[in-house]
Ligand binder design. Sequence first.
Ligand code: ADP
Ligand code: MG
Length: 363
Amino acid sequence: MVEEMKGKIRVFCRIRPASRTESAQSETVVVEKVDEFSVKVETSRGDREFQFDRVFSSEASQTDLFLDMSRLIQSAIDGYNVCIFAYGQTGSGKTFTMVGDKDQKNPGIMPRTFNAIFDIITENRNKFEYRVSTYMLELYNDRLQDLLVTPTTAAGSSAAESQQFQAAAHRVEIKRNRKGVVFAQGAEKKDVSNARELYALFKQACANRHISATKMNVESSRSHLIVGITVESRNLTNGSVSSGKVSLVDLAGSERAAKTGAKDHQLKEANFINKSLSALGDVISALSAELPHVPYRNSKLTQVMRDSLGGNAKTLMIVNVSPSGCNLDETLTSLCYATRVKNITNIAQRNVESKEIAHLKEV
Ligand code: ADP
Ligand code: MG
């Protein structure tokens, strides 16, 4: 079904299980899966039902979720741009869904994608020649940080100076090539030859994310994590070349964080997050209304995700929600946001070149 999603943004909804604290406090469960495609929310003004392309209950495993995704990975290898992103308030299960739990007993979409890519490659080794490369970025406030570059402290300079120097030396900018494929100019792009290498880079990236997060005294939930994996393949029989990309995004928490008592830097953070997520919403509604102008430029997030939303892309959004009554408002906000996303139509196209054109370009 996902494979057939050509030209569409698909939306899955996943309800996380009640946490131990929520169960201990006998927090009421107000979100319920009705059937494969519907979710019901109990509000003080009656029940509300939302429809999505798939609904996963709190019992659904990581494997269940990924089953619906492996065809999408095949598409990226066939030359499509594919984007999978998780949306929801902090604590709703975005990181669990995208990355997995801490000890990786239940790996999420990212590590599973790494394996799936190389499984497909291995299967087709005698028909295609592949080149896989990756970049990993964090978007915190309006700054893109390259997670494949480990920050080092230069001798004789303060940590702050050195960080500034680092930031300047590894300034990452978003550019587009002539085919409209977004690339992160200035970001370290590393070639990888197997899933293990890719996972090792990812671990390094997560560690770097942690470093920058603790330095600025923020949790990872205040920044967006973007992992891009490009797969170039050359057909050994006819020489045609195709290039696809998988973008995996763990968005910052969508909750209105500017609650009473928020300090200056927290307010600044909240503003950047709200700005980027609402820019994402604006891009999405412009696309669904088929407006001639799509405001991609309004935030770095939408610039980075440009080739994954609209145009040449297959996009899957997973909206994560908490089951608890205490999160009701945020849950409704997330489900409404996700409903808006559902109406987009894209025309997905393969990025493929004939042998002749590929050769000419090389010349
Ligand atoms: P977010 O990234 O949206 O802030 P997390 O992914 O960190 O949220 O989830 C919050 C907590 O709930 C974590 O301890 C996580 O392990 C747990 N959790 C989330 N979703 C699930 C799930 N489907 N099954 C089991 N535990 C989950
Ligand atoms: Mg998280």
